[in-house]
Write a protein that binds this ligand. Structure first.
Ligand code: IPM
Ligand code: MN
Length: 356
């Protein structure tokens, strides 16, 4: 049966990195003899300019009838003045809500060949392998009321969670911890926030069903530090929506570049796949973008939606091989171009397909 993938490349570097990820997928499907039924639709700023809305109905319908959705990135400076609910980012949030995936998996890992590129010391990062499970449909991103009242000069957002929303994402995190090093760190701000007290109590309750997994709680502020000082101490890290947004970007430092990290959102009607980086308008169209985050995201599509784990592993090894052989995009070379062969976005994509 054909695998139906909807690609929403979006804005900035979204189209250029997604193009490389899609080329890798074409190659994988061709070789496996399975057919790939690929559709492309607009989302984000490009959709605002063309269709007057960041998530056109056509895109939403196509997403809901696909087997998986692969997104590039949304946003850009020309839409910065818009209020939050009409911005490119709102299209992504509406898509996330409609697809229903509530568990956003964000691996942050050290790759030996890149460790020297991390601003952190080699002996601190080497061997680090964290899997963030970020709750994606609750908290401040979706809580009501939300408003900026210009007349009174007040604005508010609401951090709200229900017990059920916490239970379901906690179960996914515990299940994943079971397949890894059996340690789960739950992040909250329970010394200040009622929502976090509910979070901590609920995660502790769920832990009773997972006696083989060690649960620890950390406050988000100290966790931000601990991830940098001792990243190897962490296995699965469970967070609410905003805390996970912040900590996962911070953890990109472990890998050496935000451009390396993939994500998969599971648990809903259709899984959504996005590299964690943004649209990087400053480097868009210059061939400087790192396509490896998008390519590793394509590997997650194969693993979590297409039942093609062996092919996912093959993509991941091709990426490792390219790095081993000294190939880098500009973000990974950090000025040190003598030891490396620095490739453009398309040349890196080509290299991965060659090594695959
Ligand atoms: C991310 C991004 C998004 C988020 C934005 C673009 C809405 O930062 O995927 O991490 O905040 O979730
Ligand atoms: Mn983010």
């Amino acid at each position: 049966m054909a695998f139906r993938l909807l690609v929403t490349a979006g804005d900035g570097i979204g189209p250029e990195v997604t193009r490389e990820a899609v080329a890798v997928l074409h190659q994988v499907f061709e070789r496996s003899g399975r057919s790939l039924d690929l559709q492309e639709k607009r989302i984000g700023g490009i959709a605002i300019d063309t269709d007057g809305t960041p998530l056109p109905q056509e895109t939403l319908d196509a997403a809901l009838s696909a087997d998986a959705v692969l997104l590039g990135a949304v946003g850009g400076t020309q839409w910065n003045a818009l209020p939050p609910n009409t911005r490119p980012e709102a299209g992504l949030l509406q898509l996330r809500a409609a697809l229903g995936g509530f568990a956003n998996l964000r691996p942050a890992f050290s790759i030996a060949e890149l460790a020297s590129n991390s601003p952190l010391k080699l002996d601190v990062v080497s061997g680090a392998d964290i899997l963030f499970v970020r709750e994606l449909l609750g908290g401040l991103y979706f809580g009501a009321p939300r408003e900026w009242n210009r007349a009174t000069g007040e604005a508010w957002n609401t951090m709200r969670y229900t017990r059920e929303e916490i239970v379901r994402v906690a179960r996914i995190a515990f299940d994943l911890a079971r397949k890894r090093r059996r340690k789960l760190t739950s992040v909250d701000k329970a010394n200040v926030l009622e929502v976090s007290q509910l979070w901590r109590a609920t995660v502790t309750e769920v832990a009773a069903d997972y006696p083989d997994v060690t649960l620890e709680h950390q406050l988000v502020d100290s966790m931000a530090m601990l991830i940098m000082t001792s990243p190897r101490n962490y296995d699965v890290v469970l967070t609410e929506n905003l805390f996970g947004d912040i900590l996962s970007d911070e953890s990109a430092v472990i890998t050496g570049s935000l451009g390396m990290l993939p994500s998969a959102t599971i648990g809903g009607k259709v899984n959504l796949y996005e590299p964690i980086h943004g649209s990087a308008p400053d480097i868009a169209g210059k061939g400087l973008a790192n396509p490896l985050g998008a390519i590793l995201t394509a590997a997650l599509v194969l693993r979590h939606s297409a039942g093609m784990d062996a092919e996912a592993v093959a993509i991941e090894s091709a990426v490792r091989k390219a790095l081993e052989q000294g190939f880098r995009t500009a973000d990974l070379a950090r000025g040190n171009t003598t030891d490396f062969t620095v490739l453009s976005t398309t040349a890196m994509g080509q290299k991965i397909r060659e090594l695959l």
